[in-house]
Design a protein around this ligand. Structure first.
Ligand SMILES: *[C@@H]1O[C@H](CO)[C@@H](O)[C@H](O)[C@H]1NC(C)=O
Ligand SMILES: *[C@@H]1O[C@H](CO)[C@@H](O)[C@H](O)[C@H]1NC(C)=O
Length: 285
């Protein structure tokens, strides 16, 4: 089991003690002084269990890092996950026996999108009033639609074949916002981005004046890139390190949508995120 506990999560001691004090299971820590030693048995009140890849846990991880919130980042190998299931010590039913699983001081939650929304509320990055919250929520849905449209486009091609895969990636990136492609029920990247560009202000934040859940989703889908993912691996073949199969093509398209791009850059360059990305190291998927 790989547990990523970068020093940065312990930098904001006041935040840490606040979390500890508010957590029923960490009561033994709440009355201690601010010295680390007196609280050596401290367990962060958030743990996130997933596999050792970005996948369905990466948005949640970035929410923790963006807000400098301590959490235990539990990354299981496939074998460890099977062992966990076999032993039946950890109850995985909150996510129907699957991962990711969030554990907030004993409150266990499954489903990545629900985890993300719960964390956004808890970490105060879900808008400052109901209409901001709803806007953030709606942008998240737009991003999920875009993700689904790409997946659906891939399913129209025989992506086992390199040529077909590249054709799909090319269609996704090069199709203009209009007119619609004949006989296609899905829209492509530029269609989504042209609308997002109108919704998103030029401030570097999709909603409000600070990072929010929708910024995390936008960054995750459009900007996440792992140079260490090899195109030759099974997973790498489909992603080449970037969700849309070709990082450079997506970056070129983003040049046409400066407001969206600025959200990605602002989110990436936030203090906590920057430290996370600088330390994340090689990732396989
Ligand atoms: C796992 O443990 C729970 C109790 O903790 C029990 O109700 C359940 O039947 C067990 N499942 C299996 C497959 O053993
Ligand atoms: C969740 O964390 C609590 C401690 O805070 C622990 O007692 C419990 O077993 C954990 N549950 C799961 C499903 O991991």
């Amino acid at each position: 089991m790989r547990i990523l506990c970068l020093p940065l999560v312990f930098l904001l001691l006041s935040e840490l003690l606040f979390v500890a004090a508010s957590s029923p299971t960490d009561a033994s820590c709440s009355s201690t002084s601010s010295s680390d030693d007196t609280c050596s048995s401290f367990v962060p009140s958030y743990s996130l269990t997933y596999f050792d890849g970005r996948g369905l846990a990466e948005v949640a991880r970035t929410l923790f890092y963006t807000t400098n919130t301590p959490f235990t980042d539990i990354r299981l190998s496939n074998a460890e996950f099977r062992e966990l299931k076999r032993k039946n010590v950890t109850d995985l039913s909150a996510n129907l026996g699957r991962l990711p699983l969030l554990n907030h001081s004993g409150f266990v939650l499954g489903q990545s999108a629900s985890i993300n929304r719960y964390l956004a509320h808890q970490l105060s990055i879900f808008g400052s009033n109901p209409s901001e919250t709803a806007l953030i929520d709606s942008i998240v849905e737009h991003i999920l639609d875009m993700k689904a449209a790409y997946k659906s486009l891939l399913s129209e091609y025989d992506t086992e074949s390199d040529t077909e895969f590249h054709k799909a990636v090319e269609e996704w990136h090069s199709t203009p916002p209009s007119p619609l492609l004949p006989k296609k029920k899905n829209r492509q990247l530029r269609w989504y981005l042209s609308f997002l560009e109108k919704i998103i202000p030029p401030t570097g934040y999709s909603v409000g004046t600070s990072p929010s859940l929708s910024d995390a989703y936008i960054f995750n889908l459009l900007f996440e890139f792992s140079p260490s993912v090899s195109y030759d691996t099974e997973r790498g073949r489909m992603s080449a390190g970037h969700y849309f199969g070709n990082y450079q093509k997506t970056m070129n398209v983003l040049e046409e949508f400066p407001n969206v791009k600025k959200v990605c850059i602002t989110f990436r360059d936030g203090e906590g995120m920057k430290r996370y990305l600088d330390n994340r190291g090689e990732i396989d998927w």
